[in-house]
Design a protein around this ligand. Sequence first.
Ligand SMILES: CC(C)(COP(=O)(O)OP(=O)(O)OC[C@H]1O[C@@H](n2cnc3c(N)ncnc32)[C@H](O)[C@@H]1OP(=O)(O)O)[C@@H](O)C(=O)NCCC(=O)NCCS
Length: 146
Amino acid sequence: MGEVMLRKVSEDDLKQIFEWRNEREVRENSFASHKISWEEHQTYWKKRLAQHDFYSFIIVVEKENVGLLRLNPVDANQKYEVHILISSTYRRRGLGQATVFAAIQFAKQTGIKKLIAKVKSKNIPSKKIFEKNGFVPRCSVYEYNV
Ligand SMILES: CC(C)(COP(=O)(O)OP(=O)(O)OC[C@H]1O[C@@H](n2cnc3c(N)ncnc32)[C@H](O)[C@@H]1OP(=O)(O)O)[C@@H](O)C(=O)NCCC(=O)NCCS
């Protein structure tokens, strides 16, 4: 597919993002994996869009909206956490990998100093897209269901 472009999220995108966000695979790979209500979604996004240090982009390829990129500040030292979602229709075409690259370019232009990504251990595609772009695994979180 063509080049990945990043367009700022607007309120008009919220319905599309809602559909993507509640897909089974997206929920399974999220740390907040419950089904999100329209009300919760709207509350989250209205607050998010008003916070100017939270970056939110629709990933656009050949004029199609293919996914969502979010960058959230983690501390006051320009460290940001990256979240990527590619619509199920457009997965396995290299767009996740290209989006991580675009996020790094955006970070360089914006003065962001460090990017981190939290990935569930079974999320192989996600590990690949970050590692192929030079992200280095730093720690593992272990869980035990008592
Ligand atoms: C993770 C995600 C962003 C990857 O996007 P994508 O556009 O499908 O990724 P790419 O096409 O760039 O593929 C990356 C690699 O993973 C591999 N891959 C993709 N889907 C796979 C699958 N279901 N099983 C095994 N490997 C897979 C690809 O073959 C590719 O590997 P390669 O470069 O060695 O061929 C996308 O699957 C997604 O949005 N998933 C749901 C939400 C999510 O998990 N977000 C990330 C949370 S950290």
